[in-house]
Each structure stands twice: as C-alpha cells, then as structure tokens.
Design a protein. Sequence first.
Length: 427
Amino acid sequence: MSNLSLTPEEQSLLAGEAGPGVQRAMEIVVALGRIYGAGDLTPVQHVQISGVSYKNLGDAGVEFLNKWADSGAKVRVPTTLNPAGMELDQWEAMGISPDFARPQLTAIGAFVRMGVNPTMSCTPYLLPGLAPQRGDHLAWAESSAVAWANSVVGAYTNREGGPSALAAAIVGRTARYGFHLDKNRKATHVVEVACPVRDVADFGALSYLVGQAVGDGTPFFPDLGAWLPPLPADLTQGGEAGDRLKTLGAGIAAYGAVALFHVAGYTPEARDQGERLIRPDARRLTIDTLAPAYAIMDADPETVAIDLVTIGCPHASLTELQRIAERLRGETLRTRLWVTTARLTRERAAQSGWVQIIEAAGGEVVADTCAVVAPVRSLGIRTMATNAGKMACYAPMHSKVKMRYGDLDRCLDAALTGQWRDVPHPV
Ligand code: F3S
C-alpha cells in the first residue's frame, strides 16, 4: 500500500462532490493506485474499454453498466469501445438471436449514455483522429492495443480491466504505476530471431513462442527489424509492417501477458535508447524455428472442411482489405469469409471499392465484432481458419471451434475452395 497523493480536485471527486457515479469511479482508480504503490494519478488522453460483448458481460455486467449510467456519470476524455458480439445495425442479417441482441444493445446504450464513442473496434490506433501520440498517457484495456500503443507509438498504458478503464474515463485519470513510469519500461528479455519471419502468420507464430517464453516480461528484439518494412507515415493505413506488428503485439499479449516490446532501431524507445533499454539481468533466448508454434496453433490437422475463414484479428487495416480485395477480384467463394474491421475502416475501404470486390465474391466485411466475441457457435460455425495468432489462441477456447492456421493466401484459398490445403508450413 502506498501513500497516494491526491490533488484537491481529486479529493473532492473521491468525497462524492461530483455525484455517486464519479465517486465510485474515483474509488476504483484510487484503490488500484494504492494496491500497486502509485505515488499519484496521471491525466489520460484516451481510454479504450474492452469486454463489451454480451458474451463476456452476461446479464450481471449489463445491469452493472446500466446502474453506472443511471447515476449520471459521464466520461471526461475521448473514450472508445472494443468489438461487441454483433454488428450493431445488422445483427438480424448476421443471424444473431434477439435474446442476444437486446441485452447487447442495452449495454452499448449504457456506454453511449456515459458519453463513450461506440467505435466497436480493437484497433483504435487505426482510426483517424483517435490514434494516440508518443508520450500520451492512456488507460487502455484491449491487450493487443496496449502492446501497440506502448511499443509502436511510445505511449504509456497499463493493461487495464474493463471496469478500471471505464473508471479512468469517468475521472480522466489513472494511477501512475507500471508502464506509466519510464523505469518500468526496460527489457527483461533479449530475443534473437534466427529464422525467417516472412508474413503476418509467421509473426503470429513468433508471438506464440515469445509470449510463452517471456510471460509478462518485456522483450527486446535486436534483429527483428530485418523482417519489417518501414512503417507508413500515416499509421492508420496499417501497412505491411503495421499488420505484422499488430499481430505480434496481439499474440504476445494473448499467449503471454506482454504489454510492451522493443525492436532495435525500429520502435520509438529502442530508436532513442538502443541497448540501454536492456536490464542488466535480462534473460537471453534465441528463436531458431517457428515449427513448434505452427504445430500448436494449426491445432486440428485432421480438419479439412472449413465453415468460416476469418481475417482481421486485430481488426483489419486498409492494407489488409486491399490485399484481400486484390486476391478475390472476379472470384467466387465456396466458404463463408469474415474480414472483421472497424466501421470507419470499412467506410474508408469502400471508398476505394475494396469492400464491394470482397462482397461481390461472396465475402463479408464485418464491422463492430469478431469471431471470438460473436456467438459464432449459434451461427453454426464449428471449424475455422485464420492467419491471426490471437484468433488461433482464443477462438478454440471462447468459441469452441476447431482451428486451422496459416498464411493469408492459404486462408483465402480455403475460402475459395471450401477446403484447407495441407502443404507444409514454412519453418
Ligand atoms: Fe480484436 Fe477480436 Fe482479435 S477483439 S484482437 S479481433 S479477438
């Protein structure tokens, strides 16, 4: 327990002078600060709330949110939402039952009453006007976005829980501990990558091996930059490098609990500080093959018929949508394809005609949700294929599906033929 120092304004919020909903939020932020030994609170520039699908919330969670909204509490900083369990205005067309849709819409309505922007995406950093800047302090709860913000942008955020992120939004502050402090951002592991890492699926496989090895540590990659093209000037485009990094961050957060990684000469803090970022007691490891990861992640090798091919975990970038459209132009799919993305990214992709090309082939560019947080079993999905490491980790657990894992071309080939083509994975 720490002696947490509060400003007079913070003390008044804690005393309930701004109402019971704000008081409850301040109590949560202060309690976390005391538990984690924070000296004070820091203002936050943006909040991202996760765990908003009715599949995660249940009725108790919906009631909790409604009560908080009824108290009159409002967010004080820009606040966005993670994917829900369905497209908000297309749920009937998706085949979602009213028993799921009604409480889901009630939960989103409670967030909106509190002033939250219902972006329904795990990639707030791909949304123009919302992307964080270097040095920003954030309270983000989506673990893949946390890894991106800390590592690729050089912003500061801990891995918040859904309620603690909402509390931070309502008081506009979070406790200053953990990754908000430079001294805690040093690398605990040095991870040499001595095998090719050619595409998004390979970066997902790498994320499995690194996440398992480092747990909640902070890896420093001395040579991974060799497998990363330059990032685009406009990070909201994604770019091939952005797509690889968002997959890596999502996977090491899912297979481990990593919130920050450094790539020598590439990510902002590593560019500035180089090997000074490595703690003297850092452990060293070498990844010389991705084969063990593919063996685990491509979990059901006997599964050939695929019910759903899902691309876009974290939510697809413009670059991914373009690449998929170029591959599917003039084709006809034999299996259901979801390309999950942010609503705003879908609108931007439609301006270039990419959404229309994918839909003309029979694919669906799905906004607001993904194959983990949507009730896909109730849609008849039993087998899935993906090129995303986090999806390969979570969908078998959360959606009880059999999983095939491979690169984008192999996934789209499965969507075109209806069958998974068994060729050896690159190692
Ligand atoms: Fe996003 Fe769903 Fe993956 S929330 S990170 S697309 S599991």
